[in-house]
Design a binder for this molecule. Structure first.
Ligand code: EPZ
Length: 448
């Protein structure tokens, strides 16, 4: 067996214009939400990423009919014949986000059966917040070994549920479970990430009665039926952020006409603090970045929206590694999201990892090395680092990259990046199944 690797070489400043695919963290939950309806829905701007193909398999396992034109990004899903309410352990292990079908299945069938989604390298990723909210809604949740069995016992009346932490997935599952009922459910301290709000838009298009209030409160007044919809998935702010950092670090200049800058405020401000010129279009969609030739290091702390996104922590750390000065980076969302530090140190980055902090001392040069991506965003960060490293950097672990990005490397190449693909013999310790992404087949290691 062999595995793919990217061969990244020091590149000229990235220049040009590039556009975004729909947000991975919106499209997956929106696909799951279609289980609330009976009929044919159409989603557009859908990225051909492994996680989207996995969610297609989940929906097909439940009886949905799916047609995906991955070149055009058009996804047609017919949920008329959905019959199942359980997800196989095999399917759950491939993608944690499969847990997002629990809420819709409970709303539609009154029950759901699946196995624990399991953790990944960035954290144990429990679902206790999901289970707590389900139980407060009157759902009986039984855990036996790795199995999760949920069944609606008694429909709670109007209720006000307080989330101890604004969990994205737990908010989304509770929203979808409550959307088809005859109660009014208020979620306090809910997640209000742009991807959650795109789900709210979809549910409202379906006929749901949902109000979002400050501070971080979402009120769902259940209805009897929800209808199929058409929806264009919001552009991916995380893809935009990674592309902007790639342009900044190579001292380039790029335009992203569909960047959702209204939801990228803290991140864009940090780029400006570094000295980069970031111009947002007046209607809140679109950005142009002109990099400074002598970036200053900045410190930042990740936090739930609208704070600095944890999913841009790794790429932004690379920008600090070659900026002038010291940077202190604090990761508050996931307990183990610093594994990329070790890989960047192999490239000559001067980083001291202490618990939830990484202290970065900017250096003039990184050096090419063989590095391994261990999660979606870490993989993107290592590719970006290779663009400014002297010599050749080979990046493996691409199954992670392809889970969350559709052809990230191709977009960078079009902007002038020196990136090629090659295959290497796979060590016999690696296992995993293949996720066929359009013409591209990548090995999608089973998530541990
Ligand atoms: C979503 O994960 C995203 N994934 C993540 O994107 C993103 O990093 C995260 O939100 C935070 O923005 C999708 O939307 C598919 P959480 P989710 O529930 O819902 C703990 C990427 O790279 N927690 O807000 O799992 C959890 O362990 C991925 O695109 C519990 O303890 O995030 C974490 O430490 C990575 N119990 C923190 O809360 C729970 O029941 C935030 O989790 C749920 C979560």
């Amino acid at each position: 067996m062999c595995k793919q690797q990217l061969v990244v070489q020091e590149s000229a400043p990235l220049r040009g214009t590039t556009r975004l695919w729909g947000a991975k963290n919106a499209v997956l939950v929106i696909m799951a939400s279609l289980l609330l309806t009976r009929g044919k829905s159409r989603l557009t701007n859908v990225p051909s990423s492994c996680d989207v193909w996995q969610m297609i398999e989940v929906l097909k396992e439940l009886g949905a009919a799916v047609v995906f034109d991955h070149d055009l990004g058009v996804l047609d899903i017919d949920t008329s014949k959905v019959f199942g309410h359980s997800i196989s352990e095999h399917r759950m292990q491939k993608m944690r986000a499969s847990v997002l079908v629990m809420g819709p299945l409970l709303a539609r069938f009154g029950k759901a059966e699946l196995s624990m989604p399991g953790g990944c390298v960035i954290g144990s990723r429990p679902i206790d917040f999901h289970i707590k909210l389900f139980r407060q809604l009157g759902i009986q949740v039984t855990l036996s070994g790795n199995k999760v069995q949920a069944e609606w016992q008694s429909r709670v009346g109007d209720a006000r549920l307080i989330l101890e932490y604004p969990s994205v997935g737990a908010t989304e599952n509770a929203l979808m479970a409550a959307a088809l009922s005859n109660s009014s459910i208020t979620l306090v301290n809910a997640a209000v990430e742009p991807e959650v709000l795109d789900l709210v838009e979809v549910l409202k298009k379906m006929g749901a009665d949902i109000t979002v209030q400050v501070p971080a409160t979402i009120i769902v007044r259940g209805v009897q039926e929800l209808r199929p919809i058409e929806h264009s998935v919001i552009p991916d702010r995380l893809e935009a952020g990674a592309l902007l950092i790639a342009a900044a670090i190579t001292k380039g200049s790029i335009t992203i006409p569909d960047a959702p800058v209204h939801s990228m405020g803290v991140f864009l401000e940090k780029l400006r603090e570094m000295g980069h010129v970031v111009v947002e279009s007046c209607d809140g969609v679109g950005v142009h970045l002109t990099a400074t030739s002598s970036p200053r290091a900045v410190s930042f702390k990740t936090s739930p929206y609208p704070g600095f996104p944890t999913d841009l922590q790794a790429p932004m750390m690379v920008a600090q590694a070659v900026a002038k000065g010291e940077s202190s980076i604090c990761e508050t969302v996931f307990e183990n999201r610093m594994i990329h530090v070790r890989e960047l140190q192999k490239m000559g980055a001067q980083i001291r990892h202490e618990g939830m902090y990484a202290h970065v001392h900017g250096v003039n040069k990184l050096y090419g090395a063989s590095v391994i991506g261990t999660d979606i965003r870490a993989c993107a960060a290592l590719v970006i680092a290779g663009l400014v490293a002297q010599g050749v950097t080979t990046v493996t672990g691409l199954d992670h990259l392809h889970r969350g990005f559709a052809n990230f490397e191709g977009k960078l190449r079009k902007l002038g990046a020196n990136i090629s693909e090659s295959r290497v013999a796979k060590s016999d310790t690696q296992s995993g199944s293949t996720c066929v992404v359009g013409q591209l087949s990548v090995t999608n290691d089973i998530q541990k």
